[in-house]
Design a protein around this ligand. Structure first.
Ligand SMILES: [Zn+2]
Length: 356
């Protein structure tokens, strides 16, 4: 029995990897761009969304990244950051998401004169407004933020300190994002050391543009509790896809510790990490017992939602049980206190109506 889109929409979802600057509503982007005189490739919401999705699917990273120049341009004031965060929460709630960790890089939102702390507070205000409004509309969603430092820049210690200073209300974790190849996690050794000393949860984009060694560095040097994408961890498994497998130390570590891999099916195909959704290594990784989770990455830029990503996986052969397992892995991988993760898992179990 295959699931319909409506059935998938109704399932409770846990989203660990979603970029705030990759998920704006097209109409909001157009409205905010007009206010500041920023030129967009189209001022028709449908056409703009289509253009971004086409660029993302083109296999050309420059065209893919173009979209972020537009979204980040309009996210330079407290009002706009608050609005984008609020709408993200509302859209995700309507998509059946019951818990999300939204991530963004505060250092990319300073051009309008905001301080790092003001950026964090504006986003948090928007998140809280979104959660309250969603509840009024009948959707119970919890939302938190992860602060990103950019891999190719040198502000990671500052961003780590910002994450620590805003722990609790505004921030549950830290990540590094941006170009992976040529900008190793070891460039940010000091930030990771600081976070480790303060027991701050860390996830690291790795195993996307660079191979398994980058995942190894994220897990070892970065003490990451989760891996953003992590797809190329399969390069540390000899005979991957066949019968006789030999796991390297990195893959074994991730498997033994059930490190959640924040897979983003469509995005991973668009950036060339997976040949297609049907041919995505996440299926085999899941079969081997890795903690594979399903994520959107950039909803506007890739033209996806959690429901559409899950529908694509169902199309590729996933069952309701498979979605259930991935959602539970995400719930237990959330950067939340243990009892709150247990509550989340309980909601997932109830919503799916399945036994463990
Ligand atoms: Zn990402």
């Amino acid at each position: 029995m295959t699931l319909t889109t409506d059935e998938i929409l109704a399932l409770p979802k846990v989203l660990l990897h979603d970029h705030l600057d990759g998920g704006l509503r097209p109409a909001t982007l157009i409205e905010l761009a007009a206010e500041i005189g920023h030129e967009l490739p189209s001022t028709d919401p449908d056409e703009l969304a289509r253009l971004f999705a086409t660029n993302a699917a083109s296999g050309d990273l420059v065209r893919y990244l173009e979209a972020f120049a537009h979204t980040i341009a309009v996210m330079q004031t407290a009002d706009n950051l608050r609005r984008v965060a609020r709408e993200a929460v509302l859209d995700l709630a309507a998509d059946g998401v019951i818990y999300v960790e939204l991530r963004y890089a505060p250092e990319q939102h300073l051009a309008g004169g905001l301080s790092l702390q003001e950026v964090v507070e504006a986003v948090q205000d928007g998140i809280e407004e979104g959660v309250a409004e969603a509840l009024e509309a009948g959707y119970a969603i919890r939302a938190a933020a992860i602060l990103d430092a950019m891999r190719h820049l040198d502000r990671s210690v500052e961003i780590a300190e910002l994450a620590l200073a805003n722990r609790g209300r505004c921030c549950v974790g830290f990540d590094i994002a941006g170009p992976e190849l040529g900008f190793p996690a070891s460039d940010h050794r000091e930030a990771f050391q600081l976070l480790r000393e303060h027991h701050m949860p860390v996830t690291i984009h790795a195993g996307e543009a660079d191979g398994a060694a980058s995942v190894g560095e994220a897990l070892g040097l970065g003490s990451a509790r989760r891996i953003g994408h992590g797809v190329r961890i399969h390069e540390d498994i000899d005979g991957f896809g066949g019968e006789e497998l030999v796991l390297g130390l990195i893959a074994q570590h991730a498997l033994d510790l059930q490190i959640p891999l924040e897979c983003c099916p469509t995005s991973n195909v668009q950036t060339g990490v997976a040949p297609s959704i049907a041919g995505h290594p996440m299926h085999e990784l899941r079969n081997l017992g890795f903690a594979v989770t399903v994520n959107t990455d950039n909803r506007l830029v890739s033209g996806v939602s959690m429901t559409s990503e899950m529908a694509a996986l169902v199309e590729a052969g996933w069952t309701k049980e498979d979605l259930f397992e991935a959602t539970l892995a995400a719930a237990w991988g959330a950067f939340l206190p243990y009892d709150e993760k247990a509550d989340l898992a309980e909601l997932v179990i109830e919503g799916y109506g399945l036994e463990l």
